[in-house]
Design a protein around this ligand. Structure first.
Ligand code: ADP
Ligand code: MG
Length: 586
Protein backbone atom coordinates (compact mmCIF):
# COMPACT_ATOMS: atom_id res chain seq x y z
CA UNK A 1 0.00 0.00 0.00
CA UNK A 2 2.96 2.31 0.11
CA UNK A 3 4.76 4.07 -2.67
CA UNK A 4 8.03 2.34 -1.90
CA UNK A 5 11.25 3.66 -3.25
CA UNK A 6 14.97 3.76 -2.79
CA UNK A 7 15.57 6.13 0.07
CA UNK A 8 19.29 5.88 0.67
CA UNK A 9 21.05 7.60 -2.15
CA UNK A 10 23.86 9.39 -0.35
CA UNK A 11 24.88 10.47 3.15
CA UNK A 12 22.40 13.34 3.08
CA UNK A 13 19.53 10.85 2.74
CA UNK A 14 20.73 9.09 5.91
CA UNK A 15 20.85 12.40 7.77
CA UNK A 16 17.35 13.26 6.61
CA UNK A 17 15.86 9.91 7.61
CA UNK A 18 17.53 9.82 11.01
CA UNK A 19 16.59 13.40 11.86
CA UNK A 20 13.01 12.74 10.80
CA UNK A 21 12.89 9.68 13.04
CA UNK A 22 14.10 11.81 15.93
CA UNK A 23 11.38 14.37 15.26
CA UNK A 24 8.78 11.62 15.14
CA UNK A 25 10.12 10.38 18.48
CA UNK A 26 9.23 13.78 19.95
CA UNK A 27 12.80 14.98 20.41
CA UNK A 28 13.29 18.62 21.41
CA UNK A 29 17.00 18.44 20.78
CA UNK A 30 18.87 16.75 17.94
CA UNK A 31 22.61 16.64 17.38
CA UNK A 32 24.11 15.61 14.07
CA UNK A 33 27.77 14.76 13.81
CA UNK A 34 29.36 13.95 10.47
CA UNK A 35 32.84 12.90 9.41
CA UNK A 36 34.27 13.04 5.92
CA UNK A 37 31.08 14.22 4.28
CA UNK A 38 29.20 11.39 5.97
CA UNK A 39 31.20 8.63 4.32
CA UNK A 40 33.01 7.64 7.49
CA UNK A 41 30.42 8.52 10.07
CA UNK A 42 26.99 9.97 10.54
CA UNK A 43 25.83 10.10 14.15
CA UNK A 44 22.48 11.45 15.24
CA UNK A 45 21.60 11.84 18.91
CA UNK A 46 18.17 12.81 20.14
CA UNK A 47 16.32 13.19 23.43
CA UNK A 48 13.14 11.59 22.10
CA UNK A 49 11.00 8.79 23.48
CA UNK A 50 13.56 6.04 22.82
CA UNK A 51 12.82 2.38 22.07
CA UNK A 52 12.23 -0.72 24.23
CA UNK A 53 14.62 -3.65 23.79
CA UNK A 54 12.24 -5.73 21.65
CA UNK A 55 11.24 -2.77 19.48
CA UNK A 56 14.88 -2.06 18.87
CA UNK A 57 15.34 -5.33 17.03
CA UNK A 58 12.06 -4.91 15.16
CA UNK A 59 12.78 -1.37 14.03
CA UNK A 60 15.39 -2.67 11.59
CA UNK A 61 13.05 -5.11 9.87
CA UNK A 62 11.95 -3.97 6.45
CA UNK A 63 8.55 -2.25 6.53
CA UNK A 64 8.44 -2.26 10.32
CA UNK A 65 6.94 0.96 11.56
CA UNK A 66 5.29 2.02 14.78
CA UNK A 67 3.53 4.89 13.03
CA UNK A 68 0.60 3.14 11.36
CA UNK A 69 -1.88 0.80 13.03
CA UNK A 70 -4.26 0.14 10.16
CA UNK A 71 -4.19 0.85 6.46
CA UNK A 72 -6.76 3.59 7.06
CA UNK A 73 -4.03 5.54 8.85
CA UNK A 74 -2.41 6.03 5.47
CA UNK A 75 -5.08 8.62 4.72
CA UNK A 76 -4.21 10.71 7.74
CA UNK A 77 -0.46 10.80 8.15
CA UNK A 78 0.91 13.18 10.72
CA UNK A 79 4.42 11.77 11.15
CA UNK A 80 7.45 12.31 8.93
CA UNK A 81 7.97 8.58 8.46
CA UNK A 82 5.36 5.88 7.91
CA UNK A 83 6.86 3.32 5.54
CA UNK A 84 9.24 1.60 7.92
CA UNK A 85 11.93 1.47 5.28
CA UNK A 86 14.66 3.82 6.39
CA UNK A 87 16.39 1.96 9.22
CA UNK A 88 16.27 -1.33 7.30
CA UNK A 89 17.78 0.21 4.18
CA UNK A 90 20.44 2.13 6.07
CA UNK A 91 21.45 -0.94 8.08
CA UNK A 92 21.74 -3.00 4.92
CA UNK A 93 24.41 -0.77 3.40
CA UNK A 94 26.52 0.33 6.38
CA UNK A 95 27.79 -0.55 9.83
CA UNK A 96 25.15 0.70 12.23
CA UNK A 97 25.09 0.91 15.97
CA UNK A 98 22.14 2.14 17.98
CA UNK A 99 21.76 2.93 21.66
CA UNK A 100 18.32 3.78 22.93
CA UNK A 101 16.71 4.36 26.31
CA UNK A 102 13.07 5.00 27.08
CA UNK A 103 12.17 7.82 29.43
CA UNK A 104 10.94 5.63 32.27
CA UNK A 105 13.77 3.05 32.06
CA UNK A 106 16.95 2.99 34.09
CA UNK A 107 19.13 1.51 31.42
CA UNK A 108 19.62 1.69 27.69
CA UNK A 109 19.85 -1.06 25.07
CA UNK A 110 22.31 -1.44 22.27
CA UNK A 111 22.14 -3.13 18.90
CA UNK A 112 24.77 -3.46 16.17
CA UNK A 113 24.16 -4.35 12.56
CA UNK A 114 26.74 -4.76 9.87
CA UNK A 115 25.28 -4.60 6.38
CA UNK A 116 22.16 -6.45 7.45
CA UNK A 117 23.94 -8.88 9.85
CA UNK A 118 22.17 -8.26 13.14
CA UNK A 119 23.75 -8.95 16.56
CA UNK A 120 21.50 -9.44 19.54
CA UNK A 121 20.19 -6.59 21.67
CA UNK A 122 22.25 -5.97 24.82
CA UNK A 123 21.65 -3.69 27.78
CA UNK A 124 24.13 -0.87 28.24
CA UNK A 125 24.38 2.55 29.81
CA UNK A 126 23.10 5.59 28.01
CA UNK A 127 20.99 8.74 28.23
CA UNK A 128 17.28 8.87 27.53
CA UNK A 129 16.68 9.10 23.84
CA UNK A 130 18.42 7.50 20.93
CA UNK A 131 21.83 7.66 19.31
CA UNK A 132 22.38 6.08 15.93
CA UNK A 133 25.83 5.84 14.37
CA UNK A 134 26.17 4.95 10.73
CA UNK A 135 29.70 4.10 9.62
CA UNK A 136 31.30 3.40 6.25
CA UNK A 137 28.27 3.90 4.10
CA UNK A 138 28.21 1.53 1.10
CA UNK A 139 31.50 -0.04 2.13
CA UNK A 140 30.51 -3.45 0.85
CA UNK A 141 29.10 -1.93 -2.32
CA UNK A 142 32.13 -0.46 -4.11
CA UNK A 143 30.07 0.47 -7.16
CA UNK A 144 27.84 2.70 -5.07
CA UNK A 145 30.59 4.01 -2.85
CA UNK A 146 32.42 5.10 -5.97
CA UNK A 147 29.50 7.35 -6.86
CA UNK A 148 29.79 9.36 -3.69
CA UNK A 149 31.18 12.80 -4.38
CA UNK A 150 33.89 14.66 -2.49
CA UNK A 151 33.37 15.31 1.21
CA UNK A 152 32.67 18.94 0.34
CA UNK A 153 29.87 18.09 -2.03
CA UNK A 154 28.34 15.55 0.32
CA UNK A 155 28.39 17.94 3.27
CA UNK A 156 26.69 20.55 1.09
CA UNK A 157 23.85 18.10 0.52
CA UNK A 158 23.74 17.31 4.21
CA UNK A 159 23.58 21.00 5.09
CA UNK A 160 20.68 21.37 2.69
CA UNK A 161 18.72 18.57 4.39
CA UNK A 162 19.58 19.97 7.79
CA UNK A 163 18.46 23.43 6.66
CA UNK A 164 15.08 22.18 5.50
CA UNK A 165 14.38 20.57 8.84
CA UNK A 166 15.77 23.54 10.75
CA UNK A 167 13.44 25.94 8.92
CA UNK A 168 10.41 23.73 9.39
CA UNK A 169 11.00 22.95 13.06
CA UNK A 170 12.04 26.08 14.88
CA UNK A 171 10.64 24.50 18.04
CA UNK A 172 13.48 21.97 18.12
CA UNK A 173 17.09 22.66 19.11
CA UNK A 174 19.49 21.46 16.40
CA UNK A 175 23.22 21.24 15.88
CA UNK A 176 25.36 20.08 13.00
CA UNK A 177 29.11 19.44 13.14
CA UNK A 178 31.48 18.24 10.45
CA UNK A 179 34.93 16.84 11.23
CA UNK A 180 34.87 18.24 14.78
CA UNK A 181 33.89 21.67 13.54
CA UNK A 182 30.49 23.01 14.55
CA UNK A 183 28.64 24.36 11.51
CA UNK A 184 25.33 25.30 13.12
CA UNK A 185 23.89 25.50 16.59
CA UNK A 186 20.23 26.47 16.60
CA UNK A 187 18.21 27.00 19.75
CA UNK A 188 14.71 25.69 20.24
CA UNK A 189 12.13 28.44 19.98
CA UNK A 190 13.99 30.75 17.63
CA UNK A 191 11.94 32.59 15.05
CA UNK A 192 12.06 31.62 11.40
CA UNK A 193 13.80 34.93 10.76
CA UNK A 194 16.50 34.09 13.29
CA UNK A 195 16.95 30.68 11.71
CA UNK A 196 17.25 32.19 8.24
CA UNK A 197 19.85 34.60 9.59
CA UNK A 198 21.90 31.72 11.01
CA UNK A 199 21.41 29.31 8.12
CA UNK A 200 21.89 31.85 5.33
CA UNK A 201 22.74 35.38 6.29
CA UNK A 202 21.50 38.20 8.43
CA UNK A 203 21.01 40.68 5.58
CA UNK A 204 18.73 38.32 3.75
CA UNK A 205 16.78 37.58 6.92
CA UNK A 206 16.41 41.25 7.76
CA UNK A 207 15.06 42.16 4.35
CA UNK A 208 12.25 39.63 4.19
CA UNK A 209 8.59 40.56 4.40
CA UNK A 210 6.33 38.54 6.61
CA UNK A 211 2.84 37.50 5.70
CA UNK A 212 0.17 35.16 6.91
CA UNK A 213 -3.33 34.11 6.12
CA UNK A 214 -5.86 31.59 7.23
CA UNK A 215 -8.65 30.57 4.91
CA UNK A 216 -10.88 27.56 5.07
CA UNK A 217 -8.67 24.73 6.24
CA UNK A 218 -5.34 26.17 5.24
CA UNK A 219 -3.02 28.28 7.36
CA UNK A 220 -0.14 29.95 5.64
CA UNK A 221 2.80 31.93 6.90
CA UNK A 222 5.66 33.10 4.74
CA UNK A 223 8.75 35.22 4.60
CA UNK A 224 9.20 36.64 1.15
CA UNK A 225 11.83 38.73 -0.60
CA UNK A 226 11.17 42.22 -1.84
CA UNK A 227 10.76 42.28 -5.62
CA UNK A 228 14.12 43.98 -6.09
CA UNK A 229 15.93 41.11 -4.39
CA UNK A 230 15.30 38.51 -7.08
CA UNK A 231 17.89 35.75 -7.38
CA UNK A 232 19.49 34.18 -10.40
CA UNK A 233 18.42 30.69 -9.27
CA UNK A 234 15.75 29.06 -7.18
CA UNK A 235 18.01 28.22 -4.25
CA UNK A 236 16.08 30.51 -1.93
CA UNK A 237 12.68 29.00 -2.52
CA UNK A 238 11.48 26.81 0.30
CA UNK A 239 7.99 25.40 0.74
CA UNK A 240 6.83 23.37 3.72
CA UNK A 241 3.62 21.52 4.28
CA UNK A 242 2.86 20.51 7.86
CA UNK A 243 6.55 20.71 8.68
CA UNK A 244 7.73 18.73 5.65
CA UNK A 245 9.82 20.29 2.91
CA UNK A 246 8.03 19.82 -0.39
CA UNK A 247 8.49 20.71 -4.00
CA UNK A 248 5.33 21.53 -5.85
CA UNK A 249 4.89 23.01 -9.28
CA UNK A 250 1.55 24.60 -8.42
CA UNK A 251 3.08 26.46 -5.51
CA UNK A 252 6.06 27.56 -7.57
CA UNK A 253 3.80 28.78 -10.29
CA UNK A 254 1.51 30.62 -7.91
CA UNK A 255 4.46 32.49 -6.46
CA UNK A 256 5.82 33.27 -9.89
CA UNK A 257 2.46 34.68 -10.88
CA UNK A 258 2.31 36.78 -7.74
CA UNK A 259 5.59 38.42 -8.65
CA UNK A 260 4.77 38.81 -12.32
CA UNK A 261 5.66 42.26 -13.54
CA UNK A 262 7.35 43.14 -10.26
CA UNK A 263 10.49 41.14 -10.80
CA UNK A 264 12.55 40.59 -13.91
CA UNK A 265 11.25 37.50 -15.72
CA UNK A 266 14.47 35.52 -15.39
CA UNK A 267 14.84 36.17 -11.66
CA UNK A 268 13.54 34.02 -8.81
CA UNK A 269 11.90 35.58 -5.79
CA UNK A 270 13.12 34.55 -2.35
CA UNK A 271 10.42 32.68 -0.51
CA UNK A 272 10.07 30.65 2.65
CA UNK A 273 6.51 29.43 2.84
CA UNK A 274 4.90 27.29 5.53
CA UNK A 275 1.52 25.70 4.93
CA UNK A 276 -0.58 23.89 7.49
CA UNK A 277 -3.66 21.88 6.63
CA UNK A 278 -5.43 18.76 7.90
CA UNK A 279 -3.54 15.62 6.88
CA UNK A 280 -6.62 14.23 5.11
CA UNK A 281 -6.47 17.10 2.61
CA UNK A 282 -3.39 15.85 0.81
CA UNK A 283 -1.50 12.64 0.10
CA UNK A 284 2.23 12.33 0.88
CA UNK A 285 2.31 8.72 -0.16
CA UNK A 286 3.08 9.47 -3.80
CA UNK A 287 6.82 9.99 -4.01
CA UNK A 288 9.76 7.83 -2.79
CA UNK A 289 11.32 10.59 -0.70
CA UNK A 290 7.94 12.23 0.03
CA UNK A 291 9.19 15.48 -1.46
CA UNK A 292 6.10 15.69 -3.63
CA UNK A 293 2.55 15.59 -2.38
CA UNK A 294 -0.86 15.52 -3.99
CA UNK A 295 -3.31 18.15 -2.84
CA UNK A 296 -6.98 17.20 -2.90
CA UNK A 297 -7.81 20.69 -4.02
CA UNK A 298 -4.75 22.15 -5.66
CA UNK A 299 -6.73 24.98 -7.25
CA UNK A 300 -7.70 26.27 -3.87
CA UNK A 301 -4.13 26.11 -2.63
CA UNK A 302 -2.95 27.84 -5.78
CA UNK A 303 -5.38 30.72 -5.57
CA UNK A 304 -4.85 31.26 -1.86
CA UNK A 305 -1.07 31.38 -2.23
CA UNK A 306 -1.24 33.63 -5.27
CA UNK A 307 -3.76 35.89 -3.54
CA UNK A 308 -1.90 36.51 -0.29
CA UNK A 309 1.53 36.91 -1.82
CA UNK A 310 0.23 39.28 -4.46
CA UNK A 311 -1.71 41.27 -1.92
CA UNK A 312 1.36 41.66 0.23
CA UNK A 313 3.50 42.75 -2.69
CA UNK A 314 0.97 45.33 -3.78
CA UNK A 315 0.56 46.69 -0.28
CA UNK A 316 4.18 47.53 0.29
CA UNK A 317 5.93 50.61 -0.91
CA UNK A 318 8.09 49.17 -3.64
CA UNK A 319 9.65 52.42 -4.71
CA UNK A 320 13.37 51.92 -4.47
CA UNK A 321 14.63 53.89 -1.55
CA UNK A 322 17.88 55.53 -2.35
CA UNK A 323 20.20 55.93 0.55
CA UNK A 324 22.83 58.56 0.44
CA UNK A 325 26.33 57.69 1.53
CA UNK A 326 27.21 57.67 5.18
CA UNK A 327 30.31 59.77 4.58
CA UNK A 328 28.74 62.16 2.16
CA UNK A 329 30.86 65.19 2.80
CA UNK A 330 33.91 65.68 0.60
CA UNK A 331 35.64 69.00 -0.04
CA UNK A 332 35.39 70.34 -3.56
CA UNK A 333 38.11 69.38 -5.99
CA UNK A 334 39.22 66.57 -3.77
CA UNK A 335 40.92 64.03 -5.98
CA UNK A 336 41.06 63.34 -9.66
CA UNK A 337 40.14 59.75 -9.10
CA UNK A 338 36.98 61.00 -7.50
CA UNK A 339 36.14 63.05 -10.54
CA UNK A 340 36.48 60.06 -12.76
CA UNK A 341 34.18 58.08 -10.51
CA UNK A 342 31.64 60.85 -10.67
CA UNK A 343 31.82 61.06 -14.44
CA UNK A 344 31.46 57.28 -14.74
CA UNK A 345 28.56 57.14 -12.36
CA UNK A 346 26.76 60.01 -14.06
CA UNK A 347 27.25 58.39 -17.42
CA UNK A 348 25.99 55.06 -16.12
CA UNK A 349 23.00 56.71 -14.54
CA UNK A 350 21.89 58.76 -17.47
CA UNK A 351 22.60 56.07 -20.02
CA UNK A 352 20.68 53.59 -17.97
CA UNK A 353 17.60 53.75 -20.05
CA UNK A 354 19.16 53.94 -23.46
CA UNK A 355 20.56 50.49 -23.16
CA UNK A 356 17.23 48.77 -22.90
CA UNK A 357 17.22 45.34 -21.35
CA UNK A 358 20.25 45.40 -19.13
CA UNK A 359 19.39 47.60 -16.24
CA UNK A 360 21.65 49.56 -13.99
CA UNK A 361 19.49 49.39 -10.98
CA UNK A 362 22.14 49.55 -8.37
CA UNK A 363 23.41 52.94 -9.14
CA UNK A 364 26.10 53.94 -6.73
CA UNK A 365 24.92 57.12 -5.10
CA UNK A 366 28.04 57.49 -3.06
CA UNK A 367 29.65 58.86 -6.17
CA UNK A 368 27.04 61.46 -6.90
CA UNK A 369 27.15 63.01 -3.50
CA UNK A 370 30.79 63.74 -4.12
CA UNK A 371 30.10 65.43 -7.39
CA UNK A 372 32.41 68.32 -7.82
CA UNK A 373 33.21 68.06 -11.48
CA UNK A 374 32.29 70.18 -14.43
CA UNK A 375 29.38 67.97 -15.38
CA UNK A 376 27.56 68.86 -12.22
CA UNK A 377 28.29 72.54 -12.68
CA UNK A 378 27.02 72.34 -16.23
CA UNK A 379 23.86 70.66 -15.07
CA UNK A 380 23.31 73.45 -12.56
CA UNK A 381 23.89 76.17 -15.18
CA UNK A 382 21.54 74.46 -17.56
CA UNK A 383 18.98 74.51 -14.82
CA UNK A 384 19.05 78.30 -14.67
CA UNK A 385 19.53 79.13 -18.33
CA UNK A 386 17.19 76.74 -20.07
CA UNK A 387 13.82 78.42 -20.53
CA UNK A 388 12.05 75.09 -20.37
CA UNK A 389 13.32 74.34 -16.93
CA UNK A 390 13.55 77.88 -15.65
CA UNK A 391 9.90 77.91 -14.78
CA UNK A 392 10.52 75.23 -12.19
CA UNK A 393 9.51 76.44 -8.80
CA UNK A 394 8.63 74.61 -5.62
CA UNK A 395 4.97 75.25 -6.35
CA UNK A 396 5.08 73.27 -9.56
CA UNK A 397 6.82 70.39 -7.94
CA UNK A 398 8.33 68.69 -10.95
CA UNK A 399 11.00 69.02 -13.57
CA UNK A 400 12.23 66.95 -16.49
CA UNK A 401 15.97 66.45 -16.56
CA UNK A 402 18.10 65.19 -19.43
CA UNK A 403 14.87 64.62 -21.33
CA UNK A 404 14.75 61.26 -19.59
CA UNK A 405 13.96 61.66 -15.92
CA UNK A 406 11.38 63.54 -13.97
CA UNK A 407 12.22 64.91 -10.57
CA UNK A 408 9.09 65.39 -8.55
CA UNK A 409 8.47 66.59 -5.04
CA UNK A 410 6.82 64.12 -2.71
CA UNK A 411 5.38 64.62 0.74
CA UNK A 412 8.45 63.45 2.55
CA UNK A 413 11.20 63.97 0.00
CA UNK A 414 11.47 63.75 -3.75
CA UNK A 415 11.26 61.19 -6.51
CA UNK A 416 13.31 60.56 -9.59
CA UNK A 417 11.15 58.92 -12.18
CA UNK A 418 12.38 57.06 -15.20
CA UNK A 419 9.90 58.41 -17.74
CA UNK A 420 10.15 55.50 -20.15
CA UNK A 421 9.92 52.83 -17.47
CA UNK A 422 6.94 54.46 -15.79
CA UNK A 423 5.08 55.08 -19.01
CA UNK A 424 5.78 51.53 -20.12
CA UNK A 425 4.22 50.29 -16.90
CA UNK A 426 1.19 52.47 -17.44
CA UNK A 427 0.76 51.30 -21.02
CA UNK A 428 1.11 47.70 -19.94
CA UNK A 429 -1.58 48.02 -17.29
CA UNK A 430 -3.82 49.82 -19.73
CA UNK A 431 -3.38 47.09 -22.34
CA UNK A 432 -4.15 44.40 -19.76
CA UNK A 433 -7.14 46.34 -18.51
CA UNK A 434 -8.62 46.81 -21.95
CA UNK A 435 -8.03 43.18 -22.88
CA UNK A 436 -9.71 42.04 -19.70
CA UNK A 437 -12.70 44.38 -19.79
CA UNK A 438 -14.59 45.70 -22.76
CA UNK A 439 -16.87 42.69 -22.97
CA UNK A 440 -15.25 41.45 -26.13
CA UNK A 441 -11.84 40.97 -24.50
CA UNK A 442 -10.33 42.60 -27.56
CA UNK A 443 -8.25 45.67 -28.14
CA UNK A 444 -10.01 48.32 -30.13
CA UNK A 445 -8.71 48.44 -33.67
CA UNK A 446 -8.56 51.15 -36.28
CA UNK A 447 -8.16 50.87 -40.04
CA UNK A 448 -4.91 52.12 -41.45
CA UNK A 449 -5.37 54.79 -44.12
CA UNK A 450 -2.53 53.41 -46.12
CA UNK A 451 -2.12 49.70 -45.40
CA UNK A 452 1.49 48.67 -44.96
CA UNK A 453 2.48 45.60 -46.92
CA UNK A 454 5.08 42.94 -46.26
CA UNK A 455 6.20 39.58 -47.55
CA UNK A 456 6.02 36.96 -44.77
CA UNK A 457 8.50 34.09 -44.65
CA UNK A 458 6.92 30.65 -44.61
CA UNK A 459 7.42 30.41 -40.84
CA UNK A 460 5.72 33.77 -40.40
CA UNK A 461 2.91 32.68 -42.68
CA UNK A 462 2.37 29.64 -40.45
CA UNK A 463 2.13 31.68 -37.29
CA UNK A 464 -0.18 34.20 -38.95
CA UNK A 465 -2.53 31.38 -39.92
CA UNK A 466 -2.26 29.61 -36.57
CA UNK A 467 -2.82 32.67 -34.40
CA UNK A 468 -5.83 34.27 -36.03
CA UNK A 469 -7.69 34.47 -32.70
CA UNK A 470 -4.78 36.06 -30.92
CA UNK A 471 -4.25 38.64 -33.66
CA UNK A 472 -7.94 39.37 -33.56
CA UNK A 473 -7.84 39.93 -29.79
CA UNK A 474 -4.93 42.30 -30.22
CA UNK A 475 -6.87 44.30 -32.80
CA UNK A 476 -4.51 43.44 -35.62
CA UNK A 477 -5.85 42.76 -39.09
CA UNK A 478 -3.50 41.08 -41.52
CA UNK A 479 -4.97 40.38 -44.94
CA UNK A 480 -3.52 38.78 -48.09
CA UNK A 481 -2.66 41.51 -50.57
CA UNK A 482 -1.46 39.69 -53.64
CA UNK A 483 0.73 36.63 -54.18
CA UNK A 484 2.95 36.09 -51.14
CA UNK A 485 2.14 39.55 -49.83
CA UNK A 486 0.20 40.63 -46.74
CA UNK A 487 -1.11 44.01 -45.69
CA UNK A 488 -1.62 45.43 -42.22
CA UNK A 489 -5.17 46.70 -42.52
CA UNK A 490 -6.12 47.26 -38.91
CA UNK A 491 -3.99 48.21 -35.90
CA UNK A 492 -4.81 48.76 -32.21
CA UNK A 493 -5.90 52.31 -31.41
CA UNK A 494 -3.94 52.33 -28.19
CA UNK A 495 -0.71 51.81 -30.09
CA UNK A 496 -1.23 54.73 -32.44
CA UNK A 497 2.24 56.07 -31.66
CA UNK A 498 3.87 52.82 -32.73
CA UNK A 499 5.02 52.13 -36.28
CA UNK A 500 2.82 49.21 -37.39
CA UNK A 501 5.40 47.32 -39.40
CA UNK A 502 8.01 47.51 -36.66
CA UNK A 503 5.49 46.13 -34.20
CA UNK A 504 4.26 43.37 -36.54
CA UNK A 505 7.82 42.22 -37.22
CA UNK A 506 8.56 41.85 -33.50
CA UNK A 507 5.21 40.24 -32.91
CA UNK A 508 5.83 37.62 -35.58
CA UNK A 509 9.27 36.98 -34.09
CA UNK A 510 7.73 36.32 -30.71
CA UNK A 511 5.11 34.03 -32.23
CA UNK A 512 7.70 32.09 -34.23
CA UNK A 513 9.85 31.67 -31.10
CA UNK A 514 6.93 30.33 -29.13
CA UNK A 515 5.88 27.64 -31.58
CA UNK A 516 5.48 24.38 -29.68
CA UNK A 517 5.49 26.13 -26.31
CA UNK A 518 1.85 26.15 -25.41
CA UNK A 519 1.44 28.60 -22.53
CA UNK A 520 -0.76 31.15 -24.28
CA UNK A 521 -1.13 33.42 -21.25
CA UNK A 522 2.60 33.88 -21.01
CA UNK A 523 2.78 34.48 -24.73
CA UNK A 524 0.14 37.19 -24.50
CA UNK A 525 1.97 38.92 -21.67
CA UNK A 526 5.19 38.82 -23.63
CA UNK A 527 3.46 40.51 -26.52
CA UNK A 528 1.93 43.11 -24.21
CA UNK A 529 5.35 43.78 -22.68
CA UNK A 530 6.71 44.41 -26.12
CA UNK A 531 3.76 46.58 -27.11
CA UNK A 532 4.01 48.65 -23.93
CA UNK A 533 7.71 49.19 -24.44
CA UNK A 534 7.17 50.41 -27.98
CA UNK A 535 4.22 52.62 -27.14
CA UNK A 536 5.89 54.31 -24.18
CA UNK A 537 7.69 57.64 -24.36
CA UNK A 538 11.38 57.11 -24.87
CA UNK A 539 14.33 58.25 -22.87
CA UNK A 540 15.65 61.40 -24.49
CA UNK A 541 12.21 62.62 -25.45
CA UNK A 542 11.23 66.08 -24.29
CA UNK A 543 7.86 66.10 -22.57
CA UNK A 544 5.50 69.04 -22.20
CA UNK A 545 4.38 70.01 -18.73
CA UNK A 546 0.97 68.64 -19.53
CA UNK A 547 2.46 65.32 -20.54
CA UNK A 548 4.46 65.14 -17.34
CA UNK A 549 1.41 66.03 -15.30
CA UNK A 550 -0.52 63.27 -17.06
CA UNK A 551 2.24 60.77 -16.39
CA UNK A 552 2.31 61.66 -12.70
CA UNK A 553 -1.46 61.48 -12.48
CA UNK A 554 -1.46 58.06 -14.16
CA UNK A 555 1.23 56.93 -11.76
CA UNK A 556 -1.21 57.45 -8.91
CA UNK A 557 -3.88 55.33 -10.47
CA UNK A 558 -1.90 52.48 -11.90
CA UNK A 559 -1.50 49.49 -9.69
CA UNK A 560 2.10 48.57 -9.01
CA UNK A 561 3.33 51.66 -10.74
CA UNK A 562 6.69 51.30 -9.11
CA UNK A 563 7.94 48.63 -11.51
CA UNK A 564 7.99 48.55 -15.27
CA UNK A 565 6.90 45.23 -16.87
CA UNK A 566 10.49 44.04 -17.05
CA UNK A 567 10.78 44.46 -13.31
CA UNK A 568 13.12 47.43 -13.45
CA UNK A 569 12.28 50.17 -10.98
CA UNK A 570 10.37 53.14 -12.33
CA UNK A 571 10.89 55.43 -9.40
CA UNK A 572 13.69 56.10 -6.95
CA UNK A 573 12.71 57.88 -3.80
CA UNK A 574 14.82 60.17 -1.63
CA UNK A 575 13.59 60.84 1.87
CA UNK A 576 13.69 64.28 3.42
CA UNK A 577 15.17 62.82 6.56
CA UNK A 578 18.07 61.46 4.54
CA UNK A 579 18.69 64.86 2.97
CA UNK A 580 18.59 66.57 6.32
CA UNK A 581 21.12 64.15 7.65
CA UNK A 582 23.40 64.75 4.68
CA UNK A 583 23.20 68.52 5.09
CA UNK A 584 23.91 68.07 8.78
CA UNK A 585 20.64 69.68 9.74
CA UNK A 586 19.96 67.03 12.33
P1 ADP B 1 9.37 4.89 9.82
O1 ADP B 1 9.98 6.16 10.29
O2 ADP B 1 8.79 5.01 8.46
O3 ADP B 1 8.41 4.31 10.80
P2 ADP B 1 12.03 3.81 10.07
O4 ADP B 1 12.69 2.67 9.42
O5 ADP B 1 12.61 5.15 9.85
O6 ADP B 1 10.50 3.80 9.65
O7 ADP B 1 11.96 3.54 11.61
C1 ADP B 1 11.36 2.35 12.09
C2 ADP B 1 10.81 2.51 13.48
O8 ADP B 1 11.86 2.67 14.40
C3 ADP B 1 9.96 3.75 13.66
O9 ADP B 1 8.62 3.50 13.29
C4 ADP B 1 10.11 4.04 15.15
O10 ADP B 1 9.18 3.27 15.89
C5 ADP B 1 11.48 3.51 15.47
N1 ADP B 1 12.49 4.60 15.56
C6 ADP B 1 13.37 4.94 14.60
N2 ADP B 1 14.15 5.95 15.00
C7 ADP B 1 13.78 6.25 16.26
C8 ADP B 1 14.23 7.22 17.23
N3 ADP B 1 15.22 8.09 16.97
N4 ADP B 1 13.59 7.26 18.43
C9 ADP B 1 12.60 6.39 18.69
N5 ADP B 1 12.13 5.48 17.82
C10 ADP B 1 12.71 5.39 16.62
MG1 MG C 1 11.66 7.04 9.48
Amino acid sequence: MIAAGEVIERPASVVKELMENSLDAGATNINVYVEDGGRNLIAVTDNGCGMEADDLALAFEAHATSKLSTSADLLNISTMGFRGEALASIASVAKVSIVSRCKDKIEANKLEIDCGEKESVRPCSGDTGTTIEVRNLFYKLPARRKFLKTANTEITHIVEQFTRIALARTDVGLALSHNKKELYRLNAGESVRERIAKLFNADLAGSLLELQSSERDMKLTAMIGRPDSGRANSKFQYFFLNGRFIRDKFLLHAVKEAYRGLIEPDKFPTIFMFLQMPAQNFDVNVHPTKIEVRFDNSNLVYSQVLGVVREKLLSIDIDVHASLPKTGYAPFGEQNENKQRVADAMAAFFNNNKSSGTSQRHFDFSNVARRSDSQAVAAREDFYSNPQTQSFSPAQEYLQIHDSYIVAQADDGFLIIDQHALHERIMYEELCRRLASDGSGKLQSQKLLIPETFEPTSAQLDVINNNKDLLDRLGIELEPFGPGIFAVQGFPTLLNKVRPMEFITDLLDILCDSVGKVDSERLLHKILDMAACKAAVKAGQKLSRAEIAQLLADKQTIERAARCPHGRPTVIKFGLAELEKQFKRT
